[in-house]
Design a protein. Structure first.
Length: 146
């Protein structure tokens, strides 16, 4: 699987780039997605097992065209609060994704950063450990990453 998917070619580089913010903030993982207007997407994750399980083995949201859900340069927001406003079937897909990430990988309390342009949209999601209050107490550190 990893040999066929170009996403994994850059996995160690991405993990190395993100190492400083992960060590400084104590967050668990970072994912980066770039989605083009034709629906094609690129994914980079610091936790490749989470990427494989949730975007390749199980398609929670990877086949859903998500750029329409965001305004231009929406900035940081707490993802679980945002998905409450999605239509029911999309909300269920995102809930499944977030539950799987928490249950199988210990990735929780995701803050998402969105930059939307005419032909592409970039997402960065910062996952914290599944500890009460962790994301609330540390979100300013992640927001400084802008």
């Amino acid at each position: 699987m990893k040999d066929l998917n170009p996403t994994f070619k850059f996995e160690s580089d991405f993990r190395s780039i993100c190492k400083g913010i992960i060590n400084t903030t104590g967050i668990s993982a970072i994912s980066y997605s770039r989605i083009h207007s034709d629906g094609s997407r690129s994914e980079l994750w610091t936790d490749s097992n989470a990427l494989i399980k949730n975007f390749i083995d199980q398609d929670f949201v990877s086949s859903t065209y998500t750029p329409d859900f965001y305004r231009v340069n929406e900035g940081f927001f707490y993802l679980p609060a945002k998905i409450l406003r999605y239509e029911k079937n999309i909300n269920k897909k995102y809930e499944g994704l977030l539950n799987s990430l928490r249950s199988y990988h210990g990735l929780s309390h995701p803050f998402k950063y969105v930059v939307k342009n005419d032909n592409i949209i970039d997402y960065m999601i910062f996952y914290t450990p599944d500890l009460p209050g962790f994301s609330v107490n540390n979100h300013q550190l992640v927001a400084g990453f802008e």
